[in-house]
Design a protein around this ligand. Structure first.
Ligand SMILES: [Zn+2]
Length: 144
């Protein structure tokens, strides 16, 4: 199996996996995200212990790419601080926008690296970015 197939599999599995698609009990921050070009809608929910993300989940509906990207993101940000999560947002968004990202930085986003090749599919880019942009907004909201 080549890397491309592994990546496709991560995306496929996560678009089917509904573990992160749920309502959190008393989330500390809730942030809506919307991608009008595809019709993807999510509501991101995060539970915090101080600055650490102890749980993350989402509700909403959208295409397989947006749902899978959101699910992978929820898995990857659990246990991270808000500051680390913000850095992950920057790395992921840079990766999708084809900026030069260091290999070491790519490792910080875990399985989310599977979405790297979405940058070759312009009509899907916004779907892949939705959850991470929403997370970025959520963190900025809190910093205010
Ligand atoms: Zn979409």
């Amino acid at each position: 199996m080549d890397l491309q197939e592994i990546y496709s599999q991560i995306i496929l599995e996560n678009s089917r996996n509904q573990d992160n698609k749920r309502e959190l009990e008393n989330p500390d921050i809730v942030e809506p995200g919307h991608n009008p070009s595809c019709g993807d809608e999510i509501e991101l929910q995060v539970k915090l212990d101080g600055d650490i993300i102890t749980d993350a989940a989402f509700t909403g509906a959208g295409c397989a790419i947006s749902q899978a990207a959101t699910s992978v993101m929820c898995d990857e940000i659990k246990g991270k601080t808000l500051e680390e999560a913000k850095e992950m947002c920057e790395i992921y968004i840079g990766m999708i926008k084809r900026e030069d990202i260091l290999e070491d930085d790519l490792e910080k986003i875990g399985d989310a690296v599977a979405f790297q090749n979405i940058s070759n599919m312009p009509q899907r880019v916004k779907c892949a970015l939705l959850s991470w942009k929403t997370l970025n907004d959520l963190i900025e909201e809190r910093d205010k």
